[in-house]
Every structure is written in C-alpha cells, then in structure tokens.
Write a protein that binds this ligand. Sequence first.
Ligand code: VGL
Ligand code: ZN
Length: 222
Amino acid sequence: MASAKDIFKPALIVVDVQDDFCPPNGTLAVPNGRAIIPTVNHLLTLPFAVKIATKDWHPRDHISFASNHVGKRPFVDFTTVVNPENPEETYETRLWPDHCIQNTSGAELLSELDVRGVDLVVEKGMRREVEMYSAFFDPLKSPRACDSGLADVLRERGVTDVFVVGLAFDYCVQATAMDSKAEGFTTCVVREGTKAVDEGTWGTVETSLEDVGVKVVGLDGE
Ligand code: VGL
Ligand code: ZN
C-alpha cells in the first residue's frame, strides 16, 4: 500500500534565465549561460507537479547596482545593507552592473526558453533597499522584508521535491536551493542546467549546498 512516504511530487524552478544574464549582450552575462538551454527546455517537457520560472526584476535605483553608489565598481566592491527594522542586523552584498531592470529588454526571459511549459512566473528583487538572490525570501532575518509567496505555492500543490536550474549557480540558484531545503523540500540542483558567474567557486558552492543537504546531481542522477 502506498504510504505518505512514497509520495513524490516534484517541482521545477528555473531561476533567472533572462537576457541580461546571457552572452553576448547581457549586462551581467554568466559565462556560457546559454549552454544550459537544452537541459532546461528538456526538463520543461517533463511532468513536474508545477514548473516555475523566476525573474530578477529590479527598480532602476536598486541597491545592488554599482552605478547607484558613488565611486563603486561592479564585480569588485560591496555595500553594507542595514535592516531598518533591526539596525544591529547588517549584511554585505556584492555590487553589480545594472541588470534586469523592470520592463527593459534585458529583464525578459530568454527567447529560446520554452515558456509553454512554465505554469507560473515569480518576480523578485523589487525592493530598492534589499538584495534578493533567493526566489523565496530576501536575506534579512528579523523581520523578512520580502516573501515571494513561492513556499506557499509549493505547499498548496503538495510538492515534496524541488529541482533547481538556471542562473547563476553561485548566486540565485544557490540561494534558492538553500531556502527550498530550509522550507522542508527535498532539493536538488541539476548540474547541466546551471552555470556560475565565477566558475572557480563551483566546488565551494557545491560543498556549502551539500552541507545543508542539497544535492547537486547530473541529468543521469549521479
Ligand atoms: C543574480 C547577481 C545579481 C542571479 C541576480 O540571478 O544569480 N546574480 N542578481
Ligand atoms: Zn539582481
């Protein structure tokens, strides 16, 4: 007899497969970002209980853009963010070139992405004053500034397992997979379906994912 333990209801989360994250024209192009497309489109044909695409969706004055800070350079400098509700809580966030500005062409999902398979698009990063790599929550702890509602969507649909792909492995994919696991979903990142901003950090990122119980698996399951 089937028990609750046998239930397997997988969800697919396709993180930030947007023009600005892809060569050749993306303002924050992830090296070889387009190489993930065949894998992602293949996964989008499979019978997941729900398939979600996320979009980084920033206002023009977003805190993560180096251009909004005098004398700061993208990819190199960081800025400190203070939690207005809890001034003791701060975090450092890396500064980026302007990217994924709401309603610009760079913020669109890649035209090669087979969006017919996508059930729901989740936007994130709309609040000017907080960085939000994860598709679930911003990094502030008390109180959180943003909850995209994604965890509730997955729970409402009875999802047990979450498969994460997209861009970039070392930022939004990692943060999304970690929050997914912390929300109680069995979570895997599919290796062929993601690329890193900094390929050199792959091993460190994989170790930090595995330390919290997120598996990084190949399409062959290994
Ligand atoms: C991302 C940097 C800034 C990502 C988003 O999607 O990984 N990285 N914003
Ligand atoms: Zn961003």
